[in-house]
Design a protein around this ligand. Structure first.
Ligand code: ADP
Ligand code: MG
Length: 697
């Protein structure tokens, strides 16, 4: 293996490469527009494109592609070759500034929620020069945003870029009131931890459900569950570790700092975390991580499952979105600091986040809404679908002392006063920190643990940025006007604690008592994706996104439709897959088993001997009864799928039908099939069982 330092970023057109390959003037101009987020002049783009092309050709690239993130949640790219024909019948290799800046992918089949009429169906991609270009599979990939011709966002990246600008502006307003003159912008940083499963490809390919839906739609629990993971790792360990090694190298080449990797709770489950970076780049990198995981797994005869709940009864996968706010000159605004002044600034950004999360908890909940997460949230392995914040005892005590004009320590006489009292050092990343909280403060950042393992982190972050910007703007309004700064801060903290402390919860989020308590506090518990999507178009939510120009009401409505449609599509595919497996694989096998039992009884009886056929008869009765029930459940599922399909003119109604009729019918089919699995001869079972998948590789 070559040295990490040689490999790292070798396929990225990064700062160092730009400095080396661009004329000084061009490099400076590019850096400037990068920093300010302004448009690049076409004459400069021309020079950048030329240098990029030469560099990419040396890396073996033959094509270029605008790489974008449509609303499907995965990435898309349309490849164009560098070749351009000349008059003399030959070709030259070209890549113009125009081609770098703007693309017109034929992308009419991506979800757009009615934002593009067919005559303008193309939409266009625009270079996001804040995220570096890279070479992947002999393609020069240019990260882009994807918009309609009217400029409406058709992708996950555009609102994210808009939100980064918004939170920077509002944070800067607050920082200026604190007398900050050194910082010029505020950047949100994210480190997403990615969970995933690895299973054997040969077994995977024998199961239609895994192939088409990414999760098992059938499967009785193995006699032993996830407590026995050593067994499985015995046989997978080597392949897994060579997978991880190769994955790391592939990611390093792309400049992705894959850092920690470890096994997770469930058998066959693992986690990878990169070192945190700017939200926008972290989002691009997470997309690449997911893509590479799938690709590299195949090279090792493994399949990487990114689904939130591949196996019933086994812990599912999520993504932990570690989020913080920092200035361009290196101040982490969620870091308590050492002086009363720094403490006050920290507390303001802290309470701003608390208020935002409480006020817009439904928007945050929405960012975790994919069909797969409905199986995971609230299933005693992930936070419930109730948003709350963990602060830790000390921080909660500090805020409570301020709220009630009390001293920080019981022995002290003086109440906790902003600008005077120094905060005690807070424990950073203590090992006993609360891992059941959906939104936990972890020393100098917040960790949002609800996001789905398969989804883009653009959603959680553009919402987080926007809602925190909203609170910061209200705080800035007050601080910019006040004559008594420290007192105003004290009042702001008191006020936010009074109105929003209900969102703070340090206890066990997995407990039934919390569900009850949260209900008493008036916190919402939105258990499924459809109900969550409904809250998207509530006035409050539409307004905050419009107020800061992150999404227009039209864009929100388009996304609302896309989300409902994608829910229906997913459940429809799952329903059809379950139907196919039950009808063409399970039922034929179980009927055959019943026939064998019946034949055994007749054969024995025909001998005329008085031999007991109790076992066969009992089993036959059970299997035949279940076969009948399974058959009826199949008919019900079939009917319900048709009913849901027929209501396609109403997205909401269709999604509700899929949830209430198709999903429940699927569960019924599964329950009979799973019972049959544990009764039948294992040799007749038509596809690999949970034991095979999880333990017997
Ligand atoms: P855990 O203990 O939860 O497994 P780590 O401490 O290893 O997590 O960090 C998880 C992720 O958080 C990593 O991607 C890390 O880079 C990221 N992270 C660390 N500090 C920050 C920060 N200030 N802002 C955003 N992300 C951060
Ligand atoms: Mg974590």
């Amino acid at each position: 293996m070559s040295k990490l330092t040689d490999v790292f970023g070798e396929n990225v057109f990064n700062e160092a490469t730009m400095r080396e390959r661009l004329p000084n003037e061009t490099y400076k101009a590019l850096k400037e527009s990068l920093f300010n987020g302004t448009c690049l002049d076409i004459s400069i783009a021309e020079i950048v494109a030329g240098a990029m092309k030469d560099w990419a050709l040396e890396k073996g690239a033959t094509h270029f592609a605008h790489w974008f993130q449509p609303m499907t949640g995965i990435t898309a790219e349309k490849h164009d070759s560098f070749i351009s024909p000349t008059d003399d019948g030959k070709v030259i290799l070209e890549f113009s500034g125009k081609e770098l800046i703007k693309g017109e992918p034929d992308a009419s089949s991506f979800p757009n929620g009615g934002l593009r009429a067919t005559f303008e169906a193309r939409g266009y991609t625009a270079w996001d020069c804040t995220s570096p270009a890279f070479v992947k599979d002999e393609i020069l990939c240019i990260p882009t945003a994807f918009c309609s011709y009217n400029g409406e966002a058709l992708d996950k990246k555009t609102p994210l870029l808009r939100s980064m600008e918004v939170i920077s502006q509002q944070s800067m307003r607050v920082l200026k009131t604190f007398g900050n003159t050194s910082s010029s912008k505020v950047i949100t940083a994210v480190g997403p931890e990615q969970e995933y499963f690895l299973i054997d490809k040969k077994l995977h390919d024998k199961r239609l459900d895994l192939m088409l839906t990414g999760r098992t739609l059938f499967g009785a629990m193995p006699p032993k569950g996830q407590e026995l993971d050593d067994h499985y790792f015995g046989s997978l360990k080597e392949r897994v570790s060579s997978f991880m090694k190769e994955l790391n190298i592939e990611l390093w080449k792309l400049g992705i700092s894959a850092k920690t990797q470890h096994n997770e709770v469930a058998p066959a489950q693992h986690e990878l975390a990169p070192i945190y970076s700017t939200t926008n780049i972290a989002t691009d990198h997470n997309q690449l991580i997911m893509e590479m995981m799938k690709k590299v797994a195949l090279r090792h005869d493994l399949v990487c499952l990114l689904h939130e709940k591949p196996f019933k009864g086994v812990n599912g996968s999520g993504k932990h979105n570690n989020w913080s706010l920092g200035t361009d000159d290196g101040i982490n605004l969620l870091n308590p600091g050492k002086t009363p002044h720094e403490n006050a600034q920290f507390l303001i950004f802290l309470v701003a986040t608390i208020q935002a999360v409480d006020e817009y908890s439904e928007l945050l909940r929405l960012t975790a809404a994919v069909p797969g997460n409905d199986h995971r949230l609230g299933a005693n392995e992930a936070p419930p679908a109730i948003i709350s914040i963990f602060l830790g005892e000390q921080l909660t005590n500090i805020l409570t002392a301020i709220e009630n004009d009390q001293p920080l320590k019981s022995g002290n006489k003086k109440p906790m006063t902003i600008g005077v009292t120094v905060l005690p050092p807070l424990p950073k990343d203590s090992t006993d920190r609360n891992r059941t909280s959906p939104f936990a403060f972890t020393g100098n950042k917040f960790e949002f643990r609800m996001p789905p393992s398969s989804g883009s982190i653009a959603g959680p972050n553009f919402i987080l940025n926007t809602v925190v910007a909203d609170t910061l703007s209200k705080i800035a309004d007050k601080l910019e006007k006040t004559d008594d700064f420290d007192n105003e801060i004290q009042l702001i903290i008191k006020d936010i604690m009074k109105n929003h402390k209900k969102i703070i919860f340090d206890g066990n989020n997995y407990s039934d008592e919390w569900v009850e308590e949260a209900n008493k506090r008036g916190l919402s518990n939105i258990k499924n994706m459809v109900d969550s999507v409904k809250t998207f178009i509530d006035d409050k939510n539409v307004n905050v996104l419009e107020k800061f120009g992150v999404l227009s009401p039209k864009e929100v409505h388009a996304r609302y439709e896309i989300l409902l449609e994608s829910y229906s599509k997913t459940i429809n595919i799952e329903g059809l897959t379950a139907l196919s497996m039950a009808k063409t694989e399970i039922l034929p096998a179980t009927i055959k088993f019943a026939t064998t039992l019946a034949q055994s009884i007749t054969t024995i009886k025909s001998t005329g001997m008085s031999v007991d056929t109790y076992a066969q008869e009992t089993l036959l009765t059970k299997v035949s009864t279940l076969n009948g029930q399974l058959c009826k459940a199949i008919t019900l599922l079939e009917d319900n799928i048709v009913i849901a399909q027929n209501s396609e003119d109403d997205y909401l109604k269709q999604a509700e039908l899929n949830r209430d009729e198709v999903f429940t019918a699927m569960d019924k089919v599964r329950s009979y099939a799973d019972q049959l699995e544990s009764l039948c001869d294992s040799k007749v079972w038509p596809f690999p069982t949970y034991t095979d998948l999880l333990f017997r590789v």
